[in-house]
Design a protein around this ligand. Structure first.
Ligand SMILES: NC(=O)c1ccc[n+]([C@@H]2O[C@H](COP(=O)([O-])OP(=O)(O)OC[C@H]3O[C@@H](n4cnc5c(N)ncnc54)[C@H](O)[C@@H]3O)[C@@H](O)[C@H]2O)c1
Ligand SMILES: O=C(O)C(=O)C[C@]1(C(=O)O)C=C[C@@H](O)C=C1
Length: 363
């Protein structure tokens, strides 16, 4: 039974990262979720993850409260038209990272704009597909809503309730203003991250071997799906180009000042760094609660076959559920660091079990 005040029956079209994350969040609130994707593999995996049931091919016995279109920006308007023709839901929303173009396309195709409220959760990951989905992805994050003048109040209310039920903070903003804003805080930074990461394609082994956390932080989002992102960037081309030109100017000036080498030049470069400090400080903290915080147990692992399996088995024997793992390799070294994320209350137990079995667990 769905909690009161939330859309109780939802259709999700597009069971990738965002669609499946919304589905998981809404399932946790007791909603009935019907899933659809043109990719049978993505759909099957979302169902297996417990995100919901398959949407039947034929008509529904009664329309769902809400349909969420979690498809790439270029597919939003056609998907909306199709969903409305099928009468899938009383209210429709999407999650695309750009808003003005899909809205214009929806109007051009003759979609019903009274039941449609465009949306965009400002939360995501550098990985695509249902396997990367997380039910707590949206906790405390802004969720932009861009209702047109034609949107019915009940439609706005239903989409607001979806965002809130996912733990996000709804922010109403006009579509063109949204697109300029995300060019600055999301799309521009994405290209800058890609440009920094692209320098590494020609890097030699010595340089790569010296990579620390700084370059990993700056390039995390450069690992994202280029097909999705070219669609986002080209649908928001002018605002993104404006941001990139500003960044390019700062970089060109910094390069020429560094070559100059004088004290005065260094002071000018320092000015860019200070502006960087000031800009970074202006990014607000998240509005609400944090995503689940896990404790990380680091384990030094010898580069030997079967080592990971034995560690996972030891965690199982200790009764500790592993939430996530990552491996830090030091190129050319016989040891790596396995970082095991577990619930904070389980961290000591796991560390003790692993130490007792001979592994080195620093800290
Ligand atoms: N990735 C992020 O960080 C992020 C964050 C917020 C919003 N968004 C937006 O969310 C949307 C989905 O992105 P994602 O990261 O989940 O991508 P994804 O690639 O993980 O998932 C997209 C899914 O849509 C399906 N799809 C594509 N066209 C379809 C169609 N016509 N009908 C049915 N299914 C279709 C694909 O098969 C895929 O399973 C995009 O519009 C994106 O701009 C992405
Ligand atoms: O954190 C990430 O990996 C993201 O890509 C998230 C991010 C962002 O730039 O904040 C990217 C695009 C989306 O439209 C919304 C969120």
């Amino acid at each position: 039974m769905a909690e009161e005040g939330i859309p109780g029956r939802i259709v999700i079209v597009g069971t990738g990262l965002i669609g499946t994350s919304i589905a998981l969040a809404m399932r946790e609130r007791g909603a009935e979720v019907l899933l659809s994707d043109r990719d049978a593999g993505a759909l099957g995996m979302a169902v297996e993850l417990g995100a919901g049931e398959r949407l039947p091919d034929g008509p529904l016995d009664e329309p769902a409260d809400l349909a969420v279109l979690a498809v790439p920006p270029a597919a939003v308007a056609v998907t909306l038209l199709d969903a409305q023709k099928r009468g899938l839901a009383a209210v429709y929303t999407d999650v695309a990272s750009v808003k003005a173009l899909p809205l214009a396309q929806a109007a051009e195709l003759g979609c019903d704009l009274t039941s449609y409220v465009a949306g965009h959760p400002l939360a995501g990951r550098e990985r695509s597909g249902p396997a990367a989905a997380q039910g707590d992805l949206f906790l405390g994050r802004p969720w932009a809503l861009c209702p047109t003048d034609q949107a019915r109040p009940e439609a706005i209310q239903a989409v607001t309730a979806l965002a809130e039920a996912c733990g996000a903070v709804p922010v109403t903003v006009e579509a063109a203003e949204h697109d300029r804003a995300v060019a600055l805080v999301s799309h521009g930074p994405h290209v800058v991250s890609a440009a920094v990461a692209a320098r590494l394609t020609a890097a030699d082994e010595t340089s790569l071997g010296l990579a620390g956390q700084g370059v990993r932080d700056v390039t995390r989002i450069a690992a994202s799906d280029p097909r999705l992102w070219i669609g986002i960037l080209s649908a928001n081309a002018e605002p993104v180009a404006d941001v990139l030109e500003g960044v390019a100017t700062d970089l060109a000036v910094a390069a020429s000042l560094l070559r100059d080498g004088s004290e005065g030049a260094a002071a000018h470069v320092a000015d860019l760094l200070l502006r960087g400090n000031a800009g970074r400080a202006r990014i607000p903290g998240k509005h609400g609660g944090d995503q689940k915080a896990y404790a990380v147990v680091p384990v030094m692992i010898p580069d030997r076959p079967g080592e990971l399996a034995m560690i996972f088995q030891a965690a199982g024997i200790a009764g500790v559920n592993i939430e996530d793992v990552s491996i830090e390799h030091s190129p050319g070294r016989p040891l790596g660091v396995l970082e095991i994320s577990v619930r904070p209350e389980a961290a000591d137990k796991l560390a003790e079990e692993l130490r007792a079995r001979g592994w080195s667990v620093p800290g």
